[in-house]
Design a protein. Structure first.
Length: 182
């Protein structure tokens, strides 16, 4: 068990997301981000499968075939696109499961989460392109609403192409514009 190392990692990540959320005006989301990681269901699995350089959920999934910590986590945190996946109710559609459109405030938190995770796990190898590159490597297997995909990609591209200051300014503006929707 790597309880202390896991605790330090998730707390460092959470504090960084909080800082980023405050930067884009998501104060409550920053304060409450990832609190479920401290629940017994998630914390003890995270400590058991702690790796230090990436999420312990992958190690749990590899050993057991499923990550119970991840299933718990994604069902309680609206900044994960997986929270928004549900059965497709459109008659005649071939897709059984689809991603529903995420409110932009949660896309903004997802942006902050991805940037913080890359910073925490990549350490000195982090660049402004890291979160975009990570997203693009996994994009082909994601179930995500097209508008949500366009929103997060736009945010990540702004960071990659314009740098941190302009990237976060872009995210803050997108959140401000989307405040009154959904």
């Amino acid at each position: 068990m790597h309880a202390w190392a896991h605790f330090k990692t998730i707390t460092k990540h959470r504090m960084l997301v909080c800082k980023y959320c405050f930067r884009v005006g998501l104060y409550w989301q920053g304060l409450t981000h990832d609190l479920s990681k401290y629940s017994p269901t998630e914390f003890f699995k995270g400590a058991k499968y702690f790796l230090g350089h990436r999420s312990p959920n992958d190690a749990e999934r590899k050993e057991t075939g499923v990550s119970l910590a991840w299933l718990h986590h994604k069902g309680r945190n609206k900044h994960h696109l997986e929270y928004w996946i549900d059965y497709n109710v459109e008659p005649g559609s071939k897709e059984k499961m689809i991603g529903y459109k995420m409110p932009v405030r949660y896309v903004g938190e997802m942006f902050c989460d991805r940037v913080a995770a890359c910073r925490v796990y990549m350490k000195e190898e982090y660049t402004d392109a890291a979160a975009y590159n990570y997203y693009m490597r996994s994009k082909d297997h994601l179930i995500i609403h097209p508008e949500t995909a366009a929103e997060i990609e736009g945010m990540l591209i702004a960071l990659k192409d314009r740098g941190e200051e302009e990237g976060f300014r872009y995210v803050k503006e997108r959140i401000r514009q989307g405040r009154n929707t959904f």
